[in-house]
Design a protein around this ligand. Structure first.
Ligand SMILES: O=P(O)(O)OC[C@H]1O[C@](O)(COP(=O)(O)O)[C@@H](O)[C@@H]1O
Ligand SMILES: [Mg+2]
Ligand SMILES: [Mg+2]
Length: 349
């Protein structure tokens, strides 16, 4: 039986795609893989460990942090610190960015933005959760890397990926040359290539949105939901509604089966809920590399200006034709929500 290629083997092999590569990015991806395995070990036996429930602290977004949020955050930060290829870490769980001031990292040129544990509300109920990461090369050439090096547009990412801790654990990533998925084989403790060259179908029949907030949605979103629910067998409608409450799990499913995930602005989240730097940008890079689209309803996510570490954005992401249709609805029924609206002045019609 042929042994599947491991993540480490694949990364080294793909290094040849980058003529000037010296292996730093490869080592960085290796470090993220190591931390993912440690988090996976805890997630798998969470019920037996004192790792479920609240940590008793809140993050800058005012969200109560789960013990596993903190644990995962510590694992990824320490793996990046000891790996030596990362000079700054931005994390959902840390108010400010972390400058890695160590001898081993003094020449490091990569910045990692991370959502250490995505889908925190699902930790205690054994529903799939994930990790999301985004990697940039610093722009400044000397001295300490700064906030300017961090606040780069999504288009400038050099790599992005996610880990899904589900019925199996997978790591999916892109370096801008397609998307590949690796499944963790616990018997050898290795991520092995299981989903080469992942692509998302142009059309899908699944829509993912928290309809509990329906009354607070812009008209364009309400119209799109109605469009999905219409009885029309020629277009295989009504579509199926699937929403787990974990962005990683919803996007992973939609990437494989086709579908659209929407987290729009709402009355309680006037700028959207999901964070541009470590949720929207990395997932948009992956989905675009798989042939899909990602926007805030009007503009390409990857082109959005990044002005704050924990900036939020609305997101419409998934199968290309579904996102286009949703954008048409937003432009027709919610034209008032111009770029300015995303700066907090919202008038939801
Ligand atoms: O409960 P809501 O408002 O539908 O939000 C669910 C969304 O929030 C998130 O849990 C936010 O991510 P975190 O768990 O990393 O904070 C997403 O994974 C998910 O898509
Ligand atoms: Mg998240
Ligand atoms: Mg999180």
């Amino acid at each position: 039986m042929l042994i599947a290629k491991t993540l480490g083997q694949f990364i080294i092999e793909k290094q040849a795609d980058f003529p000037y590569a010296k292996g730093e990015l490869s080592r960085l991806l290796r470090d993220i893989g190591i931390a993912a395995k440690i988090v996976n070990r805890e997630v798998n036996k969470a019920g037996l460990m004192d790792i479920l429930g609240e940590a008793g602290s809140t993050n800058i977004q005012g969200e109560s942090q789960k013990k596993l949020d903190i644990f995962a955050n510590e694992q990824f930060i320490s793996a990046l610190q000891s790996g030596g290829e990362c000079c700054i870490v931005v994390s959902e769980e840390n108010d400010e960015y972390i400058y890695i001031d160590s001898e081993i990292s003094k020449n490091a040129k990569y910045i990692v933005a991370i959502d250490p544990l995505d889908g925190s509300s699902n930790i205690d109920v054994n529903v799939s959760v994930g990790t999301i990461f985004s990697i940039y090369r610093r722009k400044s050439t000397n001295g300490k890397a700064t906030l300017d090096d961090v606040l780069q547009k999504g288009v400038d990412q050099v790599a992005a990926g996610y880990v899904i801790y589900g019925s199996s654990t997978m790591l999916v990533y892109t370096t801008g040359k397609g998307v590949n998925g690796f499944t963790l084989d616990p018997s050898i403790g290795e991520f092995c290539l299981s989903h080469p060259n992942m692509t998302i179908p142009e059309d899908g029949f699944i829509y993912s949105i928290n309809e509990g907030y329906y009354t607070h949605f812009p008209d364009g979103v309400k119209k799109y939901i109605k469009y999905c629910q219409v009885e029309d067998t020629t277009t295989r409608r009504p579509y199926t509604s699937r929403y787990t409450g974990s962005m990683v799990a919803d996007l992973h499913r939609n990437m494989i089966k086709g579908g659209i995930f929407i987290y729009p602005i709402t009355a309680s989240a006037p700028n959207g809920k999901l964070r541009l730097v470590y949720e929207c940008n990395p997932m948009a890079f992956i989905i675009e590399q798989a042939g899909g689209l990602a926007s805030n309803g009007y503009e390409r996510i990857l082109e959005l200006d990044v002005t704050e570490l924990h900036q939020r954005s609305a997101i419409f992401i998934g199968s290309a034709n579904m996102v286009k249709r949703a954008e048409e609805m937003m432009k027709s029924f919610s034209p008032q929500i111009t770029k300015k609206s995303f700066e907090g002045v919202v008038n939801i019609q």
